[in-house]
Ligand binder design. Sequence first.
Ligand code: F6P
Length: 366
Amino acid sequence: MSEHRLRYNRIGVLTSGGDCAGLNAAIRAVVLRAHSHGLTVIGILAATAGLLERPLRFIELEPSACDVRMLRRGGTILETVNKGNPFAYPMPDGSVADRSEEAIAGFRALNLDALIGIGGDGSLRILARLAEQGGIPFIGVPKTIDNDVAETDWSIGYMTAVEAAVDALDRLAPTAASHRRVMVLEVMGRDVGWIALAAGIAGGADVILVPEIPFDPEIICERLRDRYALGHNHALVVCAEGIKLCSGEAVYQTMVDGEIRHAGAGQAVADLIANATGAETRVTVLGHVQRGGAPCAFDRILASALGSHAVDLVVHGKTNRVVIQQKGKTTDVPLSAVAGKTRALKEDNSLMQVARRLNICLGDNP
Ligand code: F6P
C-alpha cells in the first residue's frame, strides 16, 4: 500500500450553496473514483450545517447507491444550504454566531482524513477558511449556475441553466410573434451575466443586458424600433437579474426571512421599453427552473471529470486545491487562487466577442 493510501482512508464530501444540476453526477464521480482507490466516502448532509447538528448528519456513500440514475438526477442527494456560514451562523433569536469550531469538531468526530466540497464562490471561500482553521486537507469542486468561480472556464450547473433559458426563449419567440410583443426574459446569475449572454446568443435575442455593461435605455429602444421598422413583428430581450438600472443601482427584494435577493430587473426593463417605444411588452422571470431538472450532457461530463480529479488529488496528497476546467483540460489550482475571488464577463471573453460580431445589442455603444 502506498504512503498516500495509508494517509487518506476516509474522505468526506458535501455540497454547499445554491443547488444546481450536476451535483449528483459529481458526488457519483467522487464515490466511484474513491472506491476504485479503496477509500470510504462519507456524505455530509446539508453542507457544513450537517457538521453542526448533534447527532451529526451524514451517510456512508456506497458505489451501489451511486448508480447511473445519479447522473440524471437534479438537485443534490446530500442536500445543501446557502445561508449556513459557520463563521456567521444565523441563530434562532436573529443573532449570528461563530460556530466554526463546532463544525471542525464535527468533521473530526467523523474520523475523516480529507474533505471534498462542491460549492460556488461563496461556499469555497467559507470552506477554505474552515479548512485552514481546522487543518483539514481540502479539495474544492466548482459548481454554480452563475459560472463565476475564478480560474475555471466552466462550473457545474451553468450549461444546464443556459439550456433552460434557451428553451424559454424558444417558447417565447412564437408567442411574441403572434402578438407583436417584446418579450423580456429575466435570468439568474447574481452579479454576473454569463447565463444571460450565452442564452441570449443561443436563443436569438435582439438585446442582452448584463451587469458588467451599463446600459443606455435609448440605445435599447432604438434597436427595437429599428427592428420593427425592418418588418420584424416581435423582439426578444434577455436581462440578467443583476443589471444596474439607470440609477446605477441593481434591484433587490428583501425576503420574509430577511435574505436579500435580486428581483425586479426584468420588469424595470420592460416598463422602460414600453414607456419609450409604446411596444406591448411582457416579462418572464425564469427563476429556479434554471437550477432544477436533469443535468445536460455537458454538465454530466464536467461533473464526472471534476469529481474524479478531486479524488485523485486527495490520493496523491495534493490538497488545498480547486479542480478546474481550463481550455478543455481538467486541472487544478491552489485554493488561494479561487477562494474569495469571482469571475465576471470581460470584453475579451469569446462569448462577448460572438455577441459583438453578431451585432447583438448589449445596451452600450461599443
Ligand atoms: O448563486 C446561484 C443563484 O441561483 C443566483 O443565480 C440567484 O441570484 C440566487 O442563487 C438565488 O438564491 P436563492 O435560491 O436563495 O433564492
